[in-house]
Design a protein. Structure first.
Length: 753
């Protein structure tokens, strides 16, 4: 099996998943010592305000012929997703004045003669004074937007609940500070990049990476007709003429249009239009991210529905959003509380491949009980932003056994919180018996969880699931989980096969996983001409270091980087590109910008790696130490510091940081191996062998730890042990030349030696 890299320059070859995750929900701006005063109305100019009436003129024109659809839409969350401040709607939030304290901040809201104000004071800083210009959301909360200079609108951390007439902090009791990624004035809460597209019609972000300025424009506030139907210009000019087949609603890839907002994703183009393919404009975050999903596919963080739904058997059978939701009101077409909606497919004889169900027989609960409602068991609720309850759309089945094994929640225990987990397991086994034991989802969950925990012995099981998995998004998820072992022959073969998968997300996942493996350029260059932009961009990115460039896909990479360069994750990508193309000074410039925007341990670590890669070991050491000071138990940060000291021949310091690494992460096999080598250099031979035996345990596919132990035994004149270790290395890799040479040169031990 492939072990961890040996050089701290490894990161150049990888996507940075933790930071890419930030590009979906935000990143941070420069450190501030104090609050800045309000920058005034610099975003919503009179021209843009004229485009911000609800309903917008284009929607009113549609109402002439589509009155019912217009009426349904006008009362929807879509119509009011973003609006200007309106005294008739916002007066109750600001009158009477209120004062709220959360952590080290005090926030005051009030009505002034010229509008509404929000004043926030830090216990150690000067107050800010902001004038809200616009509002996100209809129900259950209103989030207010204020200008912050350079064309920015920022989303306040304090939100208003119109149902209870209360203000509250969307981050709960979390005391986010001025310099942090998540502080509301920073990029994590920047409306232009993080919110606007999914709350507006015809949005153009218009970000300039050189000046760090937005000139954002839109056609209408809220999600109006054109955002989902396109401009329909010819239809508006001649409503009586037949609508071209290419513009018919069922030809507009409705799921892709819904997904453009209802998905946790990374932007590729910033230019999606109704009727286009989601995967030509976005990279979906897969369920392998353990911060976003549980291993069974249940949601942890916000994923905005689409990713979960695409992993369900319902989506695989062809069910779409519009089978359950009215496209204009977005309300359910049928009631769900009495199972009518679910039974529209699941009543005998079954529709869309659904299994026929009699609810009381299936649920083993009384007809009026919560346990007899399909949605309570298969669509559990998670509350986000303190007040916003959302149902999971992965449609998983409650499995208390997985709760006991892996800590995954189940609806049985959520409802029966006074009962033990063994009680829930006993009842589920009694009611469903073999069906539960034979569930693909249960064995797939176990396989994924095992790999996420770093257990390479579970790869065979994972590969079995990859080969048999019918749902494309699950295939992609499992392949992504296997990516750290891409050099392993069996995993590599599975990834090569996946390059030919009919699903573009699967192909793109394979491309990313194969990057940097032997023969990867030869494998991936043809993928730069794939039919999917997602695959083309990932393939062009994977072959950046090649002398030849495919012009279309390379241009797509440049455009993609420009779109995401208002976030630290995008700036990290710019750093990687500069290094891959041999521009070290530019790489350092980009990475310093990322560290300024996100002064966190992870970014300082990446800045240290950039300095090291460009040959500046002094700056690398300084940044690594910053990262370790902020996050002292992070194994990757400690390991990079250890390797740097090793390369500077400061072996005692290297051994110290290697020991701290394995203390922080005991299964870090490569760190144990390097610790063994360092201790051998320090003449601590018994401790060196001890570390190398640990490395063998966590690097079962590598002959290196056993061979290194053999050389130490040889130094100690322990010939029998030396030969045993060399033979062990050869059993792992029969072609391991150093072990064979050692056996040929080491004396045969005398009897009893």
């Amino acid at each position: 099996m492939q072990s961890r890299p040996t050089s701290i320059s490894w990161w150049i070859l990888l996507v940075v998943p933790a930071l890419i995750g930030l590009s979906i929900l935000g990143s941070v701006s420069c450190n501030r010592a104090r609050h800045a005063p309000s920058q005034g109305r610099q975003v919503i100019t009179p021209e843009l305000a004229a485009r911000s009436t609800i309903p917008d003129p284009a929607a009113v024109a549609c109402a002439t012929c589509h009155a019912k659809q217009f009426k349904d839409w006008l009362g929807s969350h879509h119509a009011w997703a973003n609006r200007l401040i309106d005294p008739t709607r916002d007066h109750a939030a600001f009158e009477p004045p209120r004062t709220m304290k959360v952590g080290s901040f005090t926030t005051q809201t009030a009505k002034q003669r010229d509008g509404y104000t929000v004043t926030q004071t830090h216990q150690d800083g000067a107050p800010s004074n902001d004038i809200p210009e616009a509002v996100l959301g209809l129900d259950p909360l209103h989030q207010y937007l204020v200008s912050a200079g350079n064309g920015r609108l920022q989303v306040l951390d304090m939100a208003y609940d119109p149902r209870s007439n209360e203000w509250f902090n969307v981050f709960g009791d979390e005391d986010r500070q001025l310099h942090e990624w998540g502080f509301w004035r920073n990029r994590g809460n920047n409306w232009n990049s993080q919110c606007a597209f999914c709350h507006m019609t015809g949005l153009q972000k218009n970000y300039d990476p050189q000046t760090d300025v937005y000139q954002t424009t839109w056609d209408a506030m809220g999600i109006s007709c054109a955002q989902c139907h396109g401009s329909m210009e010819d239809h508006l000019k001649n409503p009586e003429a037949p609508i071209p087949e290419s513009e018919q609603p069922d030809r507009l890839h409705t799921m892709d249009t819904c997904a453009s907002c209802h998905a946790r994703r990374e932007e590729l183009t910033g230019n999606f239009h109704a009727g286009e393919r989601f995967n030509d404009h976005y990279r979906l975050i897969l369920a392998n991210d353990p911060q976003v999903y549980y291993p069974d596919g249940q949601v942890i963080q916000e994923n905005f529905v689409y990713g979960s739904f695409q992993m369900s058997r319902m989506a695989h059978q062809g069910v779409t959003c519009l089978d359950c939701h009215d496209p204009h009101s977005a309300e359910l077409k049928l009631p769900a509380q009495n199972n009518t909606l679910c039974l529209s497919c699941h009543a005998a004889p079954g529709k869309n491949g659904a299994i026929p169900i009699v609810p009381t027989e299936h649920s083993h609960h009384g007809i009026q009980s919560a346990g007899n409602r399909c949605i309570e068991c298969h669509m559990p609720v998670t509350v986000y932003m303190q007040r916003d309850a959302r149902r999971d759309h992965s449609f998983t089945s409650p499995d208390p056994l997985l709760t006991k094994e892996l800590g995954i929640p189940n609806a049985c225990s959520t409802c029966h919180d006074d009962k033990s987990i063994d009680w829930a397991i006993e009842n589920v086994d009694r009611w469903y018996g073999p069906k539960m034991k034979e569930r693909r989802a249960r064995s797939r969950t176990r396989a994924l969880a095992r790999i996420q925990q770093g257990d390479a012995d579970g790869l065979d099981d994972l590969l079995t699931h990859i080969r048999s998995e019918p749902i494309p998004l699950w295939r992609a998820t499992l392949l992504e989980a296997a990516a750290p072992w891409a050099a392993d022959p069996a995993v590599n073969a599975a990834l090569r096969t996946a390059l030919q998968d009919t699903n573009e997300v699967v192909r793109a996942t394979a491309v990313r996983a194969l990057r940097g493996t032997p023969d990867s350029d030869h494998l991936l260059k043809p993928m730069r001409k794939d039919s999917s932009r997602l695959v083309r961009i990932d393939a062009a990115w994977a072959t950046l270091g090649s002398l030849d460039r495919e012009p279309v896909s390379y241009r797509e990479v440049i455009d993609y980087l420009n779109v995401i360069s208002d976030q630290p994750s995008g700036v990290v990508r710019q750093t990687q590109k500069a290094l891959a193309e041999g521009h070290p000074e530019l790489a350092v410039k980009w990475m310093k910008k990322a560290a300024a925007w996100d002064p966190s341990a992870g970014t300082f670590h990446l800045l240290g790696q950039t300095h090291y890669t460009t040959g500046d070991s002094a700056q690398a050491e300084e940044q690594f130490l910053k990262a370790i000071e902020m996050d002292p138990d992070n194994a990757e940060h400690l390991y990079s510091m250890a390797l740097l000291y090793g390369e500077k021949n400061q072996i005692e310091k290297s051994a110290e940081f290697l020991y701290r690494t394995v203390t922080a992460e005991p299964s870090f096999g490569r760190a144990w191996y390097n610790l063994g080598l360092a201790r051998a250099q320090l003449q601590q031979l018994d401790l060196a062998v001890e570390a190398l035996h640990k490395a063998e345990e966590y690097m079962p596919g590598s002959p290196e730890p056993a061979y290194a132990a053999a050389t130490i035994y040889l130094r100690q004149n322990k010939m029998l042990q030396a030969r045993e270790q060399a033979e062990r290395a050869l059993r792992i890799d029969p072609g391991h030349v150093p072990s064979r040479q050692l056996l040929s040169q080491a004396p045969t031990p005398a009897p009893g030696q």
